[in-house]
Design a binder for this molecule. Structure first.
Ligand SMILES: [Zn+2]
Length: 248
């Protein structure tokens, strides 16, 4: 444990080894020998195997981490066992999306919101492309209220790669725009999570794939081959790092 000022509560105390993306998401899947590949902070431009994920010793105290511990547990089970929570939907013989008719909207959305806060608050090099500006404090307000809809700027849309092996390579989260609307994009465990941090309305392309209270959740399936992420992974591995950053 190290002493420092917790980035959530702003109080001085003992800080814990806090995972930004939950460690349990990275546990070795039963019956496989394939480690997850993460973008290396020690030797930029390389990927390395990891079972533990990325943590930050200078982020939060234990009390603050407890706020999202239950959300993490729910999300880890949901994301690792998607087939248990959602029905695969095929369109013309192709897996097009997963549909969850019964899921805990509040827990899952608060998980993604707390994930965005953690990505923005961490000063680890893997998260250096993330700078959320004013939204950093607004996300904190949402976490404190435990009401995922207390601010209307934030929307969550989730997609999953069809290649669940290569697609799991961890890429640095970064800001992106769709029709001029700002999103934070986080890759985790073969998923692409888009967090809208913008007062403007979500673009049409996200309409069907946005988490909405009281409605089923659709998780779109995307081909990994030929995706911008495939290209990005090749660039990361070859040492050409992306340079876009999130500005508000
Ligand atoms: Zn704290």
């Amino acid at each position: 444990m190290v002493k420092g000022v917790g980035k959530f509560c702003g109080e001085e105390g003992k800080l814990i080894k806090a995972h930004i993306i939950p460690k349990r998401l990275y546990y070795k899947p039963e019956g496989t020998d394939e480690p997850l590949m993460v973008y290396s902070s020690d030797s930029p431009g390389r990927t390395e195997p990891s079972w533990t994920g990325i943590y930050d010793r200078n982020l939060v105290c234990g009390v603050c981490e407890k706020r999202w511990d239950g959300w993490d547990s729910y999300a880890v089970d949901f994301l690792r066992n998607l087939e248990k929570h959602a029905e695969p939907i095929y369109v013309q013989g192709e897996l097009t999306f997963y549909q969850a008719d019964k899921y805990d909207y509040q827990k899952l959305k608060l998980f993604f919101i707390s994930l965005a806060w953690r990505c923005g608050a961490s000063q680890r090099p893997e998260f250096s492309l993330v700078s959320l500006g004013l939204y950093q404090d607004r996300l904190k307000e949402v976490i404190e209220s435990k009401d995922p809809d207390c601010h209307s700027f934030v929307d969550i849309s989730v997609f999953r790669f069809d290649d669940t092996k290569l697609g799991r390579i961890h890429l640095p989260p970064s800001g992106t725009r769709f029709e001029g609307v700002n999103y934070l994009r986080v890759h985790m465990y073969g998923y692409i999570v888009y967090v809208k941090l913008d007062k403007r309305h979500r673009p049409y392309l996200f309409q069907d794939y946005t988490m909405k209270s009281g409605q089923n959740l659709k998780i779109g399936v995307r081909p990994f081959k030929g995706s911008p992420e495939e290209k990005l992974i090749k660039e990361v591995v070859s040492g050409n790092l992306p340079s876009n950053s999130f500005k508000t």
